[in-house]
Ligand binder design. Structure first.
Ligand SMILES: Cc1cc2nc3c(=O)[nH]c(=O)nc-3n(C[C@H](O)[C@H](O)[C@H](O)COP(=O)(O)OP(=O)(O)OC[C@H]3O[C@@H](n4cnc5c(N)ncnc54)[C@H](O)[C@@H]3O)c2cc1C
Length: 805
């Protein structure tokens, strides 16, 4: 065994082998995979191994399509059979909501050139004559859907990797991973140690145990999962061809052909955890005892849909473990707190995603950043707040609702509250309906009375009117928003300015009391973040960024060494923020402070330490609402006092509390982008109008990557659209945009009804040369085309008069 390697992959399941293969394919030949047993010894060997391309998230759809295409390529490349069957998949909608979901996916597939389209009942019956389509209101067909051979695929990845020079050592358990002072790692095994630049945790069911070797706790927990295979069914055999799989998600089961019979599996409501406190080291190719009673309700629905399934005996039951993260998406990416440690854990649809995961993992390690924005999978989306109780509650909910529709804006209750700010109880008593935001309970909107919960669906819900009232109240009078979900940092010391200037693409303010907006540039020259930086003293700065990206941004902060004597402090937990905004915000604040808040005394983009209602705050004259407003940041323990004072004063002026749903509408009507939607490392600064903030006469992180792109014309541009005749629904993000002649234009990134302007609005990207301001386009809301118009400017205050007023 070698003693040095560029990367050591721990775990020879489907995912570890794909990562090894892709590392080698992208050029790292000096890579090793260590497997404690035979390859496939975790979840991989017993999987049903179904594959499908469509997903609610566009980037996940992209990687699923890549994966589905890769298996045949792998067979040709390695000669190792992958057992690929692609007889197609039929997706059935029993409910209107499911139909909306499928039609939206069909429209997206058309935009991205993927194969997924509606078929008539006659056509569906020809494709699968054994399905009873009664009660089905819409049927979609994905011709590439199917299944693969789990061990064939894993072996093919392994063969492809070996052929490119990678090494695989079976029966070689990793017993320790030890960080070295130079940033490398020593990976220990009974057969010897390997020094490596990258440790890759792809240990599947043992992801937690391998992580613990590096002092890391991953929010993962395994569950049981069952499917069974029937004996031969004569009607199946008589077809003389492979039948499409059946995705009847409203029935909460999956079904495909296996041999001459059927395979039926279910994510049952009455689920079971397994090995909550740790996966046994000795566990290998065992299965659990069958417990088909638990999935019998689901199975009965499957049998009603495909009656021949009830005629055959059961040949084989598989009840095996799989391991889940709290939101059932992968825990993916380099661990921000550990140099050279990459995780790829908690993968549920591994056979649909293995190729894309392997490719993006290899890009991330070799090139520094994946080509696609993978924030939805980035393990940095969770922090220590996602502890065991939270993980368990969320996994229970995820498992039991695996096939339920996850609606836009949906907030699930499981595992909450995880983190509370002091004003939570006051807000609750005022009718706040909360959402989960970086673990915090965060007010989404305010109902007339406490205890109201929100409804969910693709159409406008019970929060539509209250949110509209909040928007109008703020635009007409004043609103108070809790912005404690922003991330706040303090940088102090003699090198504070130098460090910020070396990190961010804008020049930080040279004058005390000034603030600026500053983009952070990603490895490929895209937008990795946007921050508000305020100079509070000659050697003290406050930096505010996206709360969601708090851990994600740490990777970038750590890339720029802090000058001697300079301190970087993450103050997110210690500080709370309030935004007072609207035309009467000055008057409101002036009642609570003696500071001069006139435009001359406290201008736009100025910052100052002052006292409001007896509470010391850092006040910034900025507002994400796009209106006249101030952000006030105070010590967490004083949040309630400040909040009560602000709300009391607001009430006197026909104002009141405003939640983050209204903020979403307010910033869209002003055309402001938000990190994770309009700003992501996939988009270039010139595509989202952030290039005006970039100063090329100084150095900053990844300047070279930006400069290489700076001269290129935008591939697409961030635009604002007004949607007509929306049938009780608004765009929410992801909807494709077409010209009336069917040419694909782009996609929506955010959408909301703007109660202030009375328009249904969407922000989205339009490909260069497709649509111009004023052009009519079609946006697929609820999966159906709706007439829309690209606006020349945001409908609210395009000149910024209110903001600067
Ligand atoms: C019943 C069932 C049905 C399923 N059906 C489907 C399906 O239809 N479609 C689909 O896409 N997915 C399906 N899955 C999920 C799929 O099996 C997983 O997504 C996939 O197998 C995950 O692969 P992995 O490589 O991440 O993990 P694993 O397969 O668990 O592999 C991890 C490997 O790491 C090794 N390892 C652990 N610790 C160490 C150590 N210390 N040193 C060295 N090696 C170590 C283990 O021995 C193991 O081989 C199903 C799962 C189950 C349980």
């Amino acid at each position: 065994m070698k003693t040095h390697a560029q990367a050591v992959v721990i775990g020879g399941g489907l995912v570890g082998c794909s990562i090894l293969y892709h590392l080698a394919r992208l050029g790292w030949r000096d890579v090793i995979l260590l497997e404690r047993d035979e390859l496939t010894s975790g979840s991989t060997w017993h999987a049903a191994a179904g594959i499908h391309g469509l997903h609610d998230s566009t980037n996940i759809s992209r990687i699923q399509h890549y994966t589905m295409g890769l298996y045949k390529e792998l067979e040709a490349e390695t000669g190792q059979g992958c057992g690929v069957f692609q007889p197609g998949s039929l997706y059935l909608a029993q409910t209107e909501a499911r139909e909306h979901q499928l039609r939206l996916q069909e429209a997206k597939a058309r935009y991205y050139g993927m194969n997924f389209h509606a078929v008539s009942r006659d056509e569906a019956e020809r494709l699968h004559p054994l399905v009873d389509f009664d009660g089905i209101r819409c049927i979609m067909y994905e011709p590439d859907g199917g299944n693969v051979d789990p061990s064939g695929v894993t072996m093919a990845y392994a063969a492809g990797a070996r052929a490119r020079g990678a090494e695989i050592h079976r029966f070689t358990p990793v017993t320790a991973t030890v960080p070295q002072p130079d940033g490398s790692w020593i990976v220990e095994t009974p057969k010897g140690s390997i020094r490596t630049d990258w440790v890759v945790n792809a240990a599947g069911l043992w992801g937690r145990e391998v992580a613990a070797m590096a002092g890391l706790e991953l929010p993962l927990i395994p569950t049981e999962h069952q499917y069974f295979v029937t004996e031969t069914i004569p009607e199946v055999a008589a077809q003389g061809r492979r039948l499409p799989s059946v995705a009847d998600r409203d029935g909460e089961y999956y079904m495909r052909q296996e041999g001459q019979g059927l395979l039926i599996g279910a994510y049952e409501r009455d689920m079971r955890f397994w090995a909550e406190d740790g996966t046994p080291q000795g566990f290998g190719h065992e299965l659990f005892a069958d417990d088909l009673d638990r999935i019998m309700d689901n199975v009965m629905r499957a049998m009603a849909r495909v009656p021949v399934a009830a005629t055959a005996g059961i040949k084989r039951v598989i009840n095996g473990p799989m391991i889940w993260s709290p939101d059932s998406a992968a825990l993916f990416g380099p661990v921000p707190e550990l140099r050279g440690y990459f995780c790829c854990n908690g993968i549920i649809p591994g056979f649909s995603q293995s190729g894309g995961l392997g490719l993006l993992a290899a890009e991330w390690m070799i090139e520094g950043e994946p080509r696609l924005d993978m924030f939805g999978w980035d393990l940095a989306r969770f922090g220590p707040w996602a502890g065991k109780a939270f993980t368990k509650a969320r996994v229970r909910d995820q498992y039991a609702n695996r096939f339920a529709i996850h609606f836009p804006n949906e907030e699930r209750a499981a595992g909450r509250p995880a983190r509370l700010r002091p004003a939570y109880e006051v807000q609750k008593s005022m009718g706040a309906v909360f959402g989960l935001n970086c673990g915090w309970e965060h007010p989404l909107w305010f109902a007339d009375e406490p205890g109201v919960t929100e409804t969910t669906g693709f159409e406008r819900q019970n929060w539509f009117e209250p949110v509209g009232r909040e928007v109008r109240m703020l635009r007409t009078h004043v609103g108070v928003l809790d912005i404690s979900n922003f991330a706040t940092y303090e940088i102090r010391g003699p090198g504070a300015q130098d460090w910020l200037d070396a990190l961010l693409a804008n020049r930080v303010p040279s004058v005390v009391g000034r603030a600026c907006l500053a983009p952070l540039i990603g490895v490929r020259g895209g937008v990795a973040g946007d921050f508000t930086v305020s100079r509070l003293a000659p050697d003290r700065f406050m930096m505010i960024g996206s709360g969601l990206a708090e851990r994600y941004h740490r990777r970038f902060f750590d890339m720029v060494p802090l000058p001697q004597g300079t301190v970087f402090e993450n103050r997110t937990d210690a500080l709370c923020g309030m935004n007072v905004a609207g035309p009467k915000s000055r008057e409101l604040l002036q009642r609570l402070t003696n500071e001069d808040l006139s435009n001359a005394g406290f201008g736009f983009m100025q910052a100052r330490q002052m006292v409001v209602a007896g509470v010391p705050v850092v006040a910034l004259r900025v507002s994400f609402t796009g209106d006249l407003g101030w952000e006030l940041h105070c010590a967490e323990e004083q949040q309630t006092a400040l909040y009560r004072a602000l709300i009391g004063a607001a009430r006197d002026m026909r104002g009141g509390p405003v939640g983050s749903r209204a903020l979403g509408a307010l910033r869209i009507e002003k055309g402001y982008g938000s990190w994770g939607r309009e700003y992501s490392p996939e988009y270039r600064p010139q595509e989202v109008e952030l290039d005006r903030l970039i100063k090329l006469d100084k150095d900053f992180l990844h300047k070279g990557a930006y400069v290489a792109l700076a001269g290129t014309s935008p591939r697409e541009t961030l635009s604002i659209f007004e949607i007509d005749a929306v049938n009780n629904a608004d765009a929410s993000g992801g909807e494709p945009i077409f010209l009336p002649d069917g040419t694909g234009v782009g996609r929506v990134t955010s959408g909301a009804y703007s109660a202030h302007t009375g328009k249904s609005l969407a922000l989205g990207f339009a490909r260069a040369g497709t649509a111009q301001p004023g052009d009519v386009v079609e946006i697929h809301v609820l999966g159906r085309p709706h007439r829309a118009r690209m606006l020349p400017a945001p409908p609210f205050d395009p000149e910024g008069l209110r903001l600067r007023g």
